[in-house]
Design a protein around this ligand. Structure first.
Ligand SMILES: Nc1ncnc2c1ncn2[C@@H]1O[C@H](COP(=O)(O)OP(=O)(O)OP(=O)(O)O)[C@@H](O)[C@H]1O
Ligand SMILES: [Mg+2]
Length: 286
C-alpha cells in the first residue's frame, strides 16, 4: 500500500530550512524544564526532553499523566507556564514567535480525525496549503494526490469523509498533516478510536513515514507492538514527569521503576481480560 513514488526522503537541507542556527546534530525538539498547570492541577512537572532528527519517540503512561498536554504545548496549542521549547534550535516559546510558522513545521494528528465533513478528501488536504502557503491549486492538488498515494488512498481523493472508513479517514488526516511539509509529526492516540481491524493500516502508514521519509515523530500510543518495532526510544510518563525511558523493548520487558511495572501489568491484564469479555446484544458484558 505505501508507495514511495515521487516522494524523496527529507534531506538535511530541507530539515534545516527556516532555522539558520540548526546543524544536523541539533535536536528537532528540545524541552527545558517545561511546566504546565491547569488551576492547581500540576500537569507537566519540569519536563526535559530532546528528540533527534529522524528519531521515533514513543510516549506511554496512564490517563491524565500529561501526554496530550505535552504534545499540545510543543505545537503551541497550549501555552507552557514556564520552561522553554526549541524547534530545530530556535526557541518557539519566546515572545513574538511566529505561531503559524511553527505549526507548519510541527504536524499533529489526533484521535478524532477532525476532517472537514463537507470537503472531499483531496480538498481536506489542499485547503491549508492554498490558504496559508498560497500554493496554486494545481500544485496543491498534485502534491495532495502524491500524499494520498503514499497513504494508499489515491482512488479515494474525490470521496467525502463519511464515505470512508475510520482507518481511511485517519490516513487522510495523516496525509493532510504532511501537506505542510512538517519537520516533525506529533501523533496523539491516533488509533484509539478505530475498530481493531483498522488499526494496522494506520500503523503501517506511520511506520512508512519513519522508515521511508525518516520523519521525526513523537507518538503517544497504547500499541506496544508498534512501540517495539518502530520506536527508537520510549518514555513512560506519570504525574507530569518522565519516570523512565530507554530502548522500547528494554523498558517494556525490563522496566526499572515500580510505577512502570504496575502500569504495564495493568495494561497487559486489561488486554487479557478484554479478550475474554463479550458484550451481549443487550449491551451487558459477560
Ligand atoms: N484544557 C484543560 N483544562 C483543564 N484541565 C485540563 C485541560 N487539559 C487537560 N487537563 C487536565 O490535565 C491532566 C493531564 O491531561 P492530559 O490530557 O494531558 O493527559 P493524558 O496523559 O493525555 O491522558 P489520556 O491518556 O486520558 O489521554 C488531566 O488531569 C486533565 O484533566
Ligand atoms: Mg491524551
Amino acid at each position: 500500500m505505501s508507495s514511495a513514488e515521487g516522494m524523496a526522503p527529507l534531506d538535511q537541507a530541507q530539515r534545516r530550512e527556516g532555522s539558520a542556527a540548526a546543524t544536523p546534530e541539533t535536536p528537532v525538539i528540545r524541552l527545558e524544564q517545561l511546566r504546565k498547570s491547569f488551576g492547581d492541577n500540576l500537569v507537566l512537572d519540569g519536563i526535559d526532553l530532546s528528540v533527534a532528527a529522524g528519531e521515533v519517540l514513543v510516549i506511554i503512561g496512564p490517563s491524565g499523566s500529561g501526554k496530550s498536554t505535552l504534545l499540545r504545548c510543543i505545537n503551541l496549542l497550549e501555552p507552557a507556564d514556564s520552561g522553554r521549547i526549541f524547534l530545530e534550535g530556535e526557541e518557539i516559546t519566546r515572545k513574538g514567535a511566529d505561531v503559524s510558522a511553527v505549526r507548519q513545521r510541527v504536524g499533529m494528528v489526533f484521535q478524532q480525525f477532525n476532517l472537514f465533513p463537507q470537503l472531499k478528501a483531496i480538498d481536506n488536504l489542499t485547503l491549508a496549503a492554498r490558504r496559508i502557503k498560497k500554493m496554486p491549486r494545481a500544485e496543491a492538488e498534485q502534491r495532495a494526490l502524491e500524499l494520498l498515494r503514499r497513504v494508499g488512498l489515491e482512488e479515494k481523493a474525490g470521496q467525502h469523509p463519511h464515505q470512508l472508513s475510520g482507518g481511511q479517514q485517519q490516513r487522510v488526516a495523516i496525509a493532510r498533516a504532511l501537506m505542510m511539509e512538517p519537520h516533525v509529526m506529533l501523533f496523539d492516540e491516533v488509533t484509539s478510536a478505530l475498530d481493531p481491524e483498522l488499526v494496522g493500516e494506520v500503523l503501517i502508514v506511520m511506520r512508512g513515514l519513519a522508515r521511508d521519509l525518516g520523519m521525526t515523530m513523537l507518538v503517544v500510543t497504547h500499541e506496544m507492538q508498534f512501540a517495539r518495532e518502530v520506536g527508537d526510544r520510549l518514555i513512560f510518563m506519570d504525574g507530569g514527569r518522565i519516570v523512565e525511558q530507554g530502548q522500547p523493548s528494554e523498558v517494556l520487558d525490563r522496566p526499572n521503576e515500580e510505577r512502570t511495572r504496575r502500569f504495564l501489568r495493568r495494561t497487559l491484564q486489561l488486554a487479557d481480560s478484554l479478550e475474554e469479555l463479550t458484550i451481549t446484544e443487550q449491551g451487558e458484558t459477560v
